[in-house]
Design a protein around this ligand. Structure first.
Ligand SMILES: Cc1cc2nc3c(=O)[nH]c(=O)nc-3n(C[C@H](O)[C@H](O)[C@H](O)COP(=O)(O)O)c2cc1C
Length: 243
């Protein structure tokens, strides 16, 4: 089994710099390592979780309406859509959150652009616990799994797809592969947005370029999950600069 510390190597290999919060933190360390890495890390994790929970609930209604708009996305005049995967629950550095880090960026993009939105919701939910989720995600990656997701969206009317995902084990989460491989990308502009805790986008932009035949893949934005969750002004500035 690969240690969470192995996340570090993806940053080194990918050589990517995050737009917000560049630099390597303790992402990927084992629970034991987190506990021993000093009071600052655990203090910041615990001190932010309460505010994260309250501010997450503040955005959830907007987010829900954005997500629910996906069901009628093709009936709107928008030529842009936000497609994203994000996981609430326990995560590295942020504690237990009600709304995932990438979802928060999706909300910001939705607010600024008015784009429709579709959330990739796995048919079988990932574990709520960070460590358990890491294990499942790694097993899926090793198996080349393509986990099913709930519902779908017709992308044919959209020119621009803002595609959001967290970095998982230096790659796209496998359910994002499922979505990508289920759609025709010819002629579309893909704008990747991402949250992470040290690896940035890793090689995901190149992966999108190779998977999404006929699409133009723009520069991605990559924001630390802890920044998206707990430093909203900073995250919003990064999003605005990228848009
Ligand atoms: C299964 C799993 C794997 C992860 N792998 C990485 C990784 O390889 N590199 C990294 O920088 N962060 C990694 N992380 C941290 C997430 O990228 C980060 O917490 C992200 O903001 C989560 O976004 P979300 O809340 O939208 O799901 C991982 C987290 C999980 C749960």
């Amino acid at each position: 089994m690969i240690s969470r510390r192995e996340f570090f190597k993806y940053s080194v290999l990918a050589g990517t710099a995050a737009v917000a919060g560049a630099g390597l933190a303790g992402c990927g360390e084992s629970r034991g390592a987190q506990a021993s890495s000093g009071a600052a890390a655990s203090e910041s994790a615990s001190s932010v979780s309460a505010s994260a929970a309250s501010s997450a609930s503040a955005v959830s209604s907007a987010a829900s309406s954005a997500a629910s708009s996906s069901t009628s996305a093709s009936a709107t005049a928008s030529d842009s859509i936000i497609v994203y995967f994000s996981r609430a629950g326990e995560n590295y550095s942020v504690g237990v959150v009600e709304r995932g880090n990438t979802a928060i960026l999706a909300d910001m993009i939705a607010e600024r652009t008015g784009a429709d939105a579709f959330e990739i919701v796995p048919a079988e939910a990932y574990p709520g616990g960070y460590e358990d989720c890491c294990d499942v995600a790694l097993e899926e990656q090793h198996a080349g799994a393509r986990p099913a997701y709930v519902g779908d969206v017709d992308l044919s009317a959209y020119k621009t797809v803002y595609l959001g995902y967290p970095t998982w084990w230096g790659d796209l989460p496998m359910c994002v592969y499922t979505f990508i491989e289920s759609h025709d990308w010819a002629g579309k502009e893909i704008r990747p947005f991402n949250t992470h805790e040290g690896s940035g986008l890793a090689n995901t932009v190149q992966t999108l370029q190779s998977l999404c035949s006929g699409a133009t893949v723009g520069d991605g934005i990559s924001v630390r999950g802890s920044v998206a969750q707990n430093a909203r002004t900073e995250a919003q500035s990064a999003v605005d600069a990228w848009l």
